[in-house]
Design a protein around this ligand. Structure first.
Ligand SMILES: [Zn+2]
Ligand SMILES: [Zn+2]
Length: 359
C-alpha cells in the first residue's frame, strides 16, 4: 500500500495502528488520526450503546465550518471542516471525495464524549429504590446520582484513610481532649506559630465514630467527582484551603460573637463544606436524595445544599453549641468562590460536564 502523508505535518508519514481492533492511520509526530470511510463509525461504535441510532457519522455531521489547508492523505483533495454534531464545539476535517475523516490530537476523546451523554443522563435519572430509602432512613445520609469519575480518586482515598487512622488514638484513650488541645484549633491562640499549624491539623481530628462517618461519607460521595474535575494536586490544595478558611471563620466568629475562645475545634467538616460548595457549582445536574420524615425526594445540589446552608445559618443564629456552624458557612463559601474562578477551565478539560450543564 502506498504510504500516506499526514494532513497536518505534510511531509510526515502516517503509520498504521490498531485502535480497538480497527486499523487506522496515525501520525506519531502530531498525534492526529486518519479514518478511512466508515472507520470512525467502527471505533466509536464501542462507546455508543444505541449505535447506529443516528446513522453513519458522515451523514450526521453538523454544519460546514470552513475550508482547510489540509490535504486528504488518500485522494489529495482539500479537507473541509465540519461540526461533529449540529451546534457542538468539536470540529473535525472531512474529505468530501472519499469520506475519510481527520481528527487532530485529542479530538477522538472529545468525540467519544457525545456517546457518553445519554448514559450519563440515564445514570442521573435513575429511580430511587427501597434500598436507597432504607439506607437514608437508617443512616440519615443522602444517596448520590451523578456521573462516574474517570480516574481513581487517589487523594480522596488518602484523605479518608488518614482521617480514619487518626481516629484510632482518640478511640484508644479515656481522655481524648489531651489530643484535641495540642492539635485542635483554639481561637485564643491566634497568631502563634502553633496556631497556624493547628489550622491544618484540626481538620484531621474527629471526636468519635459518628462525627467521622458523617464527614467521611460526604467526602466519599463528593470528593471523587470534584477531584476528577480539578485534578489531584489542585483538589488537595482546594480541600486544605477550604478547611483553612473554615478554621479562620470559626476563630473570627468565636472571638467576636460566639465567645467559646478556649475550646479546641476539630473535624473535617469545614473542608467538606467547601467540597459541597464546589459540587453544587460544578455538578449542577447531579441529584442527591433528601428525606423529609419518611418521604424521599431527589433534589439538585443547588436545592440540597441550599437547604443545608439555610439550616446552618439558622443554627448559627439560634446559637446551637457543639457544632461550629460558622466554620461550615465559611468553608462552603470558600468552595463556592473557588469553583466560580476555575469553572471555565474545568469546562474546557471536562467536555462531558460542559454538555450536561448546557442541556
Ligand atoms: Zn502529523
Ligand atoms: Zn479523500
Amino acid at each position: 500500500m502506498a504510504s500516506l502523508d499526514c494532513p497536518q505535518c505534510r511531509h510526515r508519514r502516517l503509520d498504521p495502528i490498531h485502535y480497538d481492533a480497527v486499523e487506522i492511520d496515525a501520525c506519531v509526530h502530531c498525534g492526529g488520526l486518519w479514518f478511512d470511510h466508515n472507520e470512525l463509525d467502527k471505533v466509536v461504535r464501542t462507546y455508543d450503546p444505541d449505535y447506529p441510532r443516528k446513522g453513519p457519522i458522515v451523514e450526521t455531521l453538523g454544519q460546514r465550518a470552513g475550508e482547510t489547508h489540509k490535504q486528504c492523505p488518500r485522494c489529495k483533495a482539500s479537507l473541509v471542516t465540519h461540526e461533529f454534531e449540529q451546534g457542538r464545539d468539536l470540529k473535525i476535517d472531512l474529505c468530501h471525495a472519499c469520506q475519510g475523516i481527520w481528527l487532530d490530537n485529542g479530538e477522538l476523546d472529545h468525540a467519544k464524549i457525545f456517546y457518553e451523554i445519554p448514559e450519563a443522563v440515564e445514570q442521573i435519572k435513575r429511580e430511587t429504590t427501597w434500598g436507597h430509602w432504607l439506607f437514608q432512613f437508617f443512616l440519615q445520609l443522602p444517596v448520590e446520582f451523578n456521573i462516574k469519575a474517570r480516574a481513581f480518586p487517589i487523594i480522596t482515598v488518602i484523605l479518608l484513610v488518614l482521617n480514619g487512622l487518626l481516629l484510632l488514638p482518640v478511640m484508644s484513650t479515656q481522655a481524648p481532649e489531651y489530643l484535641w488541645y495540642p492539635w485542635g484549633l483554639i481561637p485564643d491562640d491566634i497568631g502563634s506559630f502553633h496556631w497556624f499549624l493547628t489550622l491544618v491539623t484540626h481538620q484531621f481530628l474527629h471526636g468519635g465514630w459518628g462525627h467521622l462517618l458523617a464527614n467521611m461519607y460526604f467526602l466519599y460521595i463528593l470528593g471523587d467527582n470534584v477531584e476528577d474535575t480539578m485534578g489531584r494536586i489542585l483538589f488537595l490544595l482546594f480541600y486544605l484551603l477550604c478547611g483553612l478558611v473554615a478554621g479562620v471563620t470559626h476563630v473570627g466568629y468565636e472571638l467576636t460573637i460566639g465567645g467559646a475562645t478556649s475550646i479546641p475545634a476539630i473535624g473535617a467538616s469545614g473542608a467538606i463544606s467547601g467540597l459541597m460548595g464546589a459540587y453544587l457549582y460544578i455538578f449542577r445536574k447531579a441529584k442527591l436524595t433528601f428525606m423529609l420524615i419518611i418521604f424521599q425526594f431527589k433534589l439538585s445540589p443547588i436545592w440540597y445544599f441550599g437547604i443545608w446552608l439555610g439550616t446552618n445559618v439558622l443554627f448559627l443564629i439560634v446559637g446551637a453549641p457543639e457544632v461550629s456552624w460558622a466554620a461550615h458557612i465559611g468553608g462552603f463559601l470558600a468552595g463556592l468562590v473557588f469553583s466560580y474562578f476555575i469553572y471555565d477551565s474545568i469546562l474546557k478539560t471536562n467536555p462531558l460536564i460542559r454538555y450536561l450543564n448546557q442541556s
